[in-house]
Each structure stands twice: as C-alpha cells, then as structure tokens.
Design a protein around this ligand. Structure first.
Ligand code: PHE
Length: 339
C-alpha cells in the first residue's frame, strides 16, 4: 500500500506538471482526490489492513493528500498567472493606431452659391424671408397683377393642387406676403424652390430655384436697383463684371427689365458660353408696380420699390462653368466632389 501511495504521488506529480490550464488542472484534481479518484480508491482498501498497520498507513495517506493539495495549489497559481498574462497581452489596445475617420459630406454647389449670395445681400442690410412652395393662386398670380385669364400665365404653367392652390412658379409671391405683414423700409431676399411644367433638358427642369429680392422705401429709384445688382454681380463674379439692363415686361413691375452680365468666360468678346453675345441673361427685375404696392397695403404715393428674381441654377452654372443643369440633380459623386 505504501508503494501504491508512492506510485500515485509520482503519477500525480507528472500529470499536474503537464496540466496546461486551470480547467485541465481541475480535471486532474478530480481524478486523484475526487470521490471516485485514485486516492479514494486506495483508502477504501484500508479496511483490509491489520490494526497495527492502519494508523501508519492512515498517516501516510494524509501526508500524500496534503502533498497533492500543495502541488495542485502551486500549479494552479502558476497557471492562473499565465492565463492572466496571456489575456492582458491579447487585450492590449494600441493607442498609436490611427482612428477610423468618418468622412463628412460637403456642400452642394447650389448651397455654396446661395450662401455667397446671402452673404452679399446680408452685407447690404437685407434679411432672408421665406414663403410656401404650395401657394395660393392669389399670391402666385392674382395679387401680382396677373388675373385669371392673363396671357402671361401661359408662360408659367404649373402643377395644380386644386383650382386655387398650386406649386408656385416663382418666388415673387413672397413679395406680397412680406408687404402684407411689414411696412417700409423693406429689404429682403427670398430664396426657394419653384415649379413649372417644363420638360427636363440641359437648361430646364420642372423644379428649380429662384432668389427674389424686394426693397421698398421712400425715394427708391431704378438707380438703386442697378447699383444693388452691380455690387452683387461684382462680388459674385469679380470686379470686372459689367451689368446691362434691357427693357422687358413683367406684370408686377413697371418699368421692367432683364439684366445681363458680361460673360464670365470671355469678358464680353463673345465665346461659346455666351453664344457669341458677350452677355449672359441672369435676372428679371423692375420697379414694383403701384398696383402691387397698394394690394400689399403700401401707399404708392409715399413709397416706391424695386424687385428682382434670379435663377440659382443659372448663377451656379456660370459660376462653375457647368453646361448641363441636369448634373446638379443626379447626385453623381464624381461630379459633386469637384466643388
Ligand atoms: N418672377 C419673375 C420670373 O420668374 C422674375 C422677376 C422677379 C421679375 C421680380 C421682376 C421682379 O420670371
């Protein structure tokens, strides 16, 4: 029995030394010290010993058990330390590694030009006004001196919600909305989407953008209109830009004009961009019609004003020399990334 205990100790020493994890070591403990373990098996045979031998063997067995305990504990400590060290090594964070950058989007060319424009007009004391895209016929046409059946309505056919409600064809209805709630001095710009039932091509879209301008005060003249637009054109396209007013007709301004700017590419000599003209048409404008002022609750005997409407698409196309408007709407990143 003594030999058996010695053999067991030797066997246990070897197995314990080979255990590579705390889990494996636990299995070893059970194999030797568990209820069905090898030591227990030997102890069960104590009964067959003589009364003299029994205490000696008992002491020896206890000795063996405590040696096993000590061995298990020592190996356990080593394994645990190794496991902790390994986990710490695995979980190391490399603080010098570059972070994952989230790329931000950037501004659409329309937003770039619109923000420049707003900046220029805010600098001249204008503020920004807005109006609804779904508009009453009254504000879009009627109040702007375009009564039912007026032939000029045909040039601005649109999408009707009801007989009296439509998608606005111009930002000019904001003029009336501002006049209704504010007495002069008025100095606003009103950017926004407008709609017309046009087919899509390189220079037309059923949805586009305008920026309206309105100034009403005492003693406002056509000279103020020209000076304001000239300042705007030079700021947006450069000091050498020249402005030309051409007589035109709009029902809500009198007199009315169209405004051309000297070509941004050739400077006025004539090139493919300006179709050889040297000038590019960018705006409609004029002095606010006395009838429109009166409809807006403003006394035309006391006040006068000017208004203009400019297409954001055209401004942006010339600004970045883009010859097809459709490119702005299709969201092709190869195009948009260039701005
Ligand atoms: N609303 C006109 C258009 O869309 C432009 C305009 C605005 C003309 C203001 C005169 C005054 O054609």
């Amino acid at each position: 029995m003594k030999d058996q205990l010695n053999a067991l100790l030797g066997d246990a020493q070897a197995t314990i030394a080979q255990a590579q994890s705390t889990a494996a070591l636990e299995q070893t403990r059970i194999a030797f010290l568990g209820k069905k373990g090898k030591l227990t098996a030997i102890l069960k045979r104590m009964g067959s010993l003589s009364p003299e031998e029994r205490p000696i063997m008992g002491a020896l067995a206890n000795e063996t058990r405590s040696q096993l305990d000590a061995l298990l504990e020592a190996r356990g400590r080593t394994l645990k330390a190794e496991e902790t060290a390994r986990r710490l090594a695995d979980e190391t964070i490399d603080v010098t590694m570059p972070g994952r950058t989230k790329s931000l989007g950037h501004k659409h060319p329309f937003s770039i030009v619109l923000e420049e424009l707003e900046e220029i007009f805010l600098g001249m004391g204008f503020s920004v006004a807005t109006g609804p895209e779904v508009e009453w016929d009254y504000y879009n046409f009627e109040a702007l001196n375009l009564p039912q059946g007026h032939p000029a309505r045909d040039t601005q056919d649109t999408f009707y919600i009801t007989e009296r409600m439509l998608l606005r064809t111009q930002t000019s209805p904001v003029q009336m909305r501002v006049m209704e709630r504010q007495q002069p001095p008025i100095r606003i710009i009103a950017p926004g989407r407008v709609y017309r039932s046009d087919a899509v091509d390189a220079t037309h879209s059923p949805l586009f953008h305008q920026i309206e301008g309105l100034v009403v005060d005492q003693g406002i003249t056509m000279g103020d209109l020209k000076g304001t637009l000239e300042h705007f054109a030079k700021r947006l396209y450069g000091e050498e830009t020249r402005t030309r007013l051409r007589p035109h007709h709009f029902p809500f301004t009198e007199p009315s004009c169209e405004v051309d700017l000297s070509c941004f590419r050739c400077g006025g000599k004539g090139c493919p961009m300006c179709k050889g003209e040297g000038w590019i048409e960018v705006l409609g404008a004029g002095m606010v019609h006395p009838k429109v002022l009166r409809t807006g609750g403003i006394d035309p005997e006391k006040y006068s004003g000017f208004a203009f409407g400019v297409g954001l698409e055209r401004l942006t196309m010339f600004r970045f020399q883009v010859d097809d408007m459709r490119l702005f709407y299709v969201n092709d990143m190869r195009f948009l990334r260039q701005f």
